[in-house]
Design a protein around this ligand. Structure first.
Ligand code: ADP
Length: 331
């Protein structure tokens, strides 16, 4: 196990700079998720930790050792990719044991380590099968087994679940988290899916355009986003944003949207006359007799809750309520 330090890292492809001074501290045993929209540089950063991509400027250290010039195979890391890249003509046993065979380990050691990994991943009964005889989830577990047998200091995951269907993704999410709780190995995990980030991470790194926007524990980012980008990116359904102006001061302070909607603000909100973006999470809206008037556009029952899209003038709000509400458009 080891910590990973990323310090002032830049990445350039020719004259194009795609990473602009990224810094992240990953503690020993921590599960860190790099999340952000497609093209923000998550994979590039992961590949730089793995040694598959050159670092243009800055340093990356693993376990206190600067690895900028260390070959990938000497970094003591194991990477699990989105495409599991299993060998189709090798059995599950041989697929999992392949890294050990390449490292010229003894047959006895290979057997012991493969069986141990198979036990952890519930693959023991499948060791004689070939990849094509496995389900998507089982194949993903074999790919993880191949990483586990190497007993690395750090696991790197590059969107490992994006080829799986929605239900299996949830199951595998739990399995990977459980695996981390058991092995306690440092994990750096890349995804564009903020729900994956929220549910799995000890610490989330939100990236955009080659920069770090915010780093924090999942609920810390949810409750205290530092900017509109993080507020809008973390949370599903997404936070509502309304543009407008602060009016009045002290206890009379209010927010008035450009569309004329008046909403309450804390006394600490911006000063009178200042233009602001007002953000409200869908679950913080409730339905009642008092408050502001919104007109229903559509309601969507999901069973456990109702999602309501409603409008006040031009301002659209998305609400999630526990009650089962059916309302006609315009109500
Ligand atoms: P993400 O994983 O967040 O989707 P990437 O790390 O794959 O993003 O890419 C970050 C940016 O770097 C993108 O704008 C992408 O187009 C660019 N990029 C990636 N690889 C190369 C390359 N070999 N040459 C030039 N630009 C690249």
């Amino acid at each position: 196990m080891a910590d990973v330090k990323i310090e002032k890292v830049f990445k350039r492809y020719g004259s194009v700079q795609i990473m602009h001074g990224v810094g992240v501290d990953i503690e020993d045993g921590e599960f860190v998720v790099l999340v952000g929209p497609s093209g923000c540089g998550k994979s590039t950063l992961l590949r730089m930790i793995a040694g598959l991509e050159e670092i243009s400027e800055g340093t990356i250290s693993i376990g206190g050792r600067i690895v900028n010039d260390v070959l990938p195979k000497e970094r003591d890391i194991a990477m699990v990719f989105q495409s599991y890249a299993l060998y189709p003509h090798k059995t599950v046993f041989d697929n999992i044991g392949f890294p050990l065979k390449m490292a010229k380990r003894s047959q006895a050691e290979i057997k012991e380590k493969v069986h141990k990994a198979a036990e952890i991943l519930d693959l023991t009964k499948l060791l004689d099968r070939y990849p094509k005889q496995l389900s998507g989830g089982q194949r993903q577990r074999v790919a993880m087994g191949r990483a586990i047998v190497r007993d690395p200091q750090v696991f790197l995951f590059d969107e490992p679940l994006s080829n799986l269907d929605a239900k299996l993704r949830v199951t595998m999410r739990v399995e990977i988290k459980e695996l981390h709780q058991r092995l306690k190995t440092t994990i750096v995990y890349v995804t564009h899916d903020q729900i994956e980030a929220m549910t799995m991470a000890d610490k989330i790194v939100v990236m955009r355009d080659g920069r770090v926007e915010q780093i924090g524990a999942p609920l810390d980012l949810y409750d205290n986003p530092q900017n509109v980008f993080v507020a809008g990116f973390i949370g599903s359904p997404a936070m509502n944003f309304v543009q407008g102006t602060i009016k009045g001061s002290g206890t009379k302070k209010q927010f008035v949207s450009d569309g004329g909607l008046t909403l309450p603000v804390p006394a600490t909100a911006a000063a009178d006359g200042q233009a602001v973006t007002y953000g409200v999470r869908p679950e913080h809206i409730s339905v009642g007799a008092e408050g502001i008037l919104l007109r229903v556009v559509v309601t969507e029952p999901t069973g456990a809750e109702t999602q309501i899209f409603a409008k006040a003038g031009k301002d659209m709000m998305d609400a999630i309520v526990k009650e089962r509400i059916s309302a006609a458009p315009g109500e």
